[in-house]
Ligand binder design. Structure first.
Ligand code: PMP
Length: 448
């Protein structure tokens, strides 16, 4: 270490030179209090802080770590790529391979453009939708987070929810006026918006299964209804799979809820549907900065240089990031998804049992291998189907729950509005450590 002997000193030093001491807001423990853990290293299901303390990690870099931290084969692929050169600003064969891997998993994606962050992917998807339709209005759902794109920060989830913000300073009224926010899971409200302004709407963007207001799965047929309404009014549907893509299954949430493999209903029981555009991030970059947007060739070809919608990036398709993404997708086979599903189910069930035993009213909600806990009688009784429901929970029970887990050696997401992330590296020992920590944390939540 560099002359720093406590986490607090390091955070003080960080705050002197970095706004809030962090490079992304939720890392700051703003809603749970205390000093964030500064991480020295991570391996498999564990992270180790700068004091040498190890924790079972349930953040997994907020999603990318499907295979656990520093998977040896992924690290080896990145090392090999690094030796060949860090960045060329010219096309590489590996980018073609990664695009083919995405297309093979998500056949509705004929072409994909790689960028560096999920924010860039959604920003570009919005621009593409406006360019393709010649319309200005974008519809989003409250509680959904799509990165820090100006037009998409209204009533957003993730850090915007954690810090209780309505949106962001610095976003112009003109931008806000071009965004319509609708309650999630509310087909009637969406129908009303289309009835009134359908011919002005360029796109509806939705999280494939929202996980940035806590996990609020789409009700059966909700995504299909978005598809039906957008198609009827000549608007595009953008399915944001930055978080769910390649995490909840080989073809993301669409593979579970949208695509019908051989039948005429999907795994969730709805009729098959396909969005116009997908956005990806997190797992597709294997822990490196890489994201993408994809869809039908005819639509994607509107992007420069083949079309008039401009988009570019010095580090887009960066060779190290591409190597990490390719290695990750190659390793993420059915056994990986089965393991992550099983581990998530075990932990989610145990959270519910521990809170029941401690007498804490709550609801655990799942979307594939993603889950989160909502505290409170209303959540327990009615479930959480919208951002308003998520905000109405007993948020005060989360900080003591979080800190009791941390004290017991388990690092949860430091916000009640975030999903818990498992990985294929969460073996029996890691899962046992989580289960052992839960009863004490549930009692701490009960005492709040
Ligand atoms: N969309 C969704 C659904 C996300 O969860 C996130 C990030 N959590 C983003 C977009 C933005 O991605 P990034 O942080 O890489 O910009």
């Amino acid at each position: 270490m560099t002359g720093v002997d406590t986490m607090h000193d390091l955070f003080t030093r960080a705050r002197a030179v970095i706004p809030g001491g962090v490079n992304s807001p939720v890392r700051a423990y703003g809603s749970v209090g205390g000093d964030p853990r500064f991480v020295a290293s991570a391996s498999g299901p564990y992270i180790t802080d700068v004091t040498g303390r190890q924790y079972v990690d349930l953040v997994m870099s907020w999603g990318p770590g499907l295979l656990g931290h520093a998977h040896p084969e992924v690290v080896q692929a990145v090392e090999a790529a690094a030796r060949r050169g860090l960045s060329f600003g010219a096309p590489t064969e590996a980018e073609v391979e990664l695009a083919e891997a995405v297309r093979d998993r998500v056949p509705a994606v004929e072409k994909v453009r790689f960028v560096s962050t999920g924010t860039e992917a959604t920003m570009t998807a919005i621009r593409l939708a406006r360019g393709a339709t010649g319309r200005d209005i974008v519809v989003k759902f409250s509680g959904c987070y799509h990165g820090h794109v100006d037009a998409l920060l209204a009533e957003a989830g993730s850090g915007v929810a954690t810090f209780g913000l309505p949106g962001s300073a610095g976003v112009t009224p003109a931008t806000t006026a071009e965004t319509i926010v609708v309650a999630y899971n509310d087909v009637a409200a969406l129908e009303a918006v289309f009835a009134e302004r359908g011919d002005e709407i360029a796109a509806v963007i939705t999280e494939a299964a929202p996980a940035n207001m806590g996990v609020v799965p789409p009700e059966e047929g909700f995504n299909a209804a978005i598809r039906r309404l957008t198609a009827a009014h000549g608007a595009l549907m953008i399915l944001d799979e930055v978080l769910t893509g390649f995490r909840v299954g080989p073809a993301g949430w669409w593979g579970l809820d949208g695509a019908a493999a051989g039948g005429d209903v999907t795994a969730t029981g709805s009729a098959p549907w396909t969005p116009d555009l997908f956005t990806f991030g997190k797992v597709v970059g294997g822990g490196m900065p890489l994201a993408g947007l994809g869809g039908r060739a005819e639509l994607m070809d509107l992007l420069a240089p083949s079309g008039p919608v401009y988009q570019a990036g010095t580090l887009s398709g960066n060779p190290l990031a591409t190597a990490a993404g390719l290695a990750t997708l190659r390793l993420a086979d059915d056994a990986v998804y089965r393991h992550v599903d099983r581990a998530a189910g075990t932990v989610a069930d145990a959270v519910g049992e521990a809170l029941d035993a401690a007498g804490v009213a709550h609801r655990v909600q799942r979307a594939g291998s993603l889950f989160s806990v909502f505290f409170g009688e209303a959540a327990a009784r009615d479930g959480v189907r919208s951002y308003a429901d998520a905000q109405a929970q007993d948020t005060f029970r989360h900080p003591p729950f979080f800190h009791a887990m941390l004290d017991a050696g388990v690092a949860l997401p430091p916000s009640v509005f975030e999903a818990w992330f498992l990985s294929s590296a969460h073996d029996d020992a890691a899962v046992e450590a989580i289960l052992a920590a839960l009863p004490g944390a549930a009692r701490a939540a009960a005492a709040a």
